[in-house]
Design a protein around this ligand. Sequence first.
Ligand code: DAH
Length: 377
Amino acid sequence: MPTVDNPAGKTLAELGAASPDEVAQLFSEVRALFDNQAAKQLDPATWEALKQVWTGRKSGVLTLITDNWLKPATPELKRAVGQELNKLKAQVESTLEARKRDVESLAEHAASAKDRADLSLPGVLRPVGTHHLIRQVFQEIEDIFFSIGFSVVEGPEIETPYYNFEALNIPEFHPVRDDMDTFYLELPKGAPGPLLLRTHTSPVQIRTMEKRQPPVRVIVPGKVYRRDNPDATHSFMFHQIEGLAVDSDITFCDFTGTIDYFVKQFFGESVKTRFRPSYFPFTEPSVEFDVSCVFCGGSGTAKSGGTCGKCKGSRWIELFGAGMVDPAVYGFVNYDPKKVSGFAFGIGIDRLAMLKYGIDDIQAFFQNDVRFLRQFP
Ligand code: DAH
């Protein structure tokens, strides 16, 4: 707000006004000054300042004129000054009042414009998330096993060597530990240990059989960890689904029939399965299941005519390990190996997802690149 540089600070004598005409002239100058200031754009704060400058009790212009012009005026001028001052007062007050209404309605308008939504504007599109492909494949596999009477159990990702190795018939110096050695946890001094990140979901077989009597039909989805260097087929963390079925009369036929059913449900009725002898310390016999190559239809020949690059012309693709539960394992969980039998399997989820969806780098699952993830809505 400009300070008022107006004549109200001086007396009429100092201003050289000696006649009513001269007084009127002075007042019209003051009015012009006021009109000028009141015509500016005002907001609530500048309106208040303007009001103070003109009507402030102690040193407002009206007060100054009363003190400096009216009170000391000569009797001849007093009347003229009084009349002009009243006119000025009325003008100042009515103008201030009118401007106050402008200022208030402007402020109200600004506030309500802020709150008002323009319904014609386009909305904010929030991307909708989906399950990660790995989660989707877990679900597909779980659904297949649910349909034949299995249920889901889970176990800890931090394990003891007992569950991860010993109770699975892998004693301390068994060479198989070399393939599986993993991340051991650094523990505070005196803490019970050692502990490790589980290298497979198989320890949950033991944990389940410790808690339940046969019949047992469970699958165990989860994360597993190995000290592998990352490349297109290896990751230090990946996913498995363990399966375990134990009952009084489970045969090798039940075993291969179940796996064959699962593989056909997952890849389609047209695939074939086969198994080859293999070795795992916790199954006997142990097998490796293969599926007829899902890329060349089991022909070994690519559509383009050459050798199929995926199965390298072998017509088969290795899927996962499995077997009949080794009787030695029952000894760790107080099952009677003479009375029960069963089978187990350990499916690598990432590998199955890669085969089914034609993904050639396991790292793609873990890089969180939405251009990749969006392809599997
Ligand atoms: N635990 C094995 C691994 O991670 C996979 C496996 C093989 C699990 C055979 C099983 C099985 O239950 O019977 O390499």
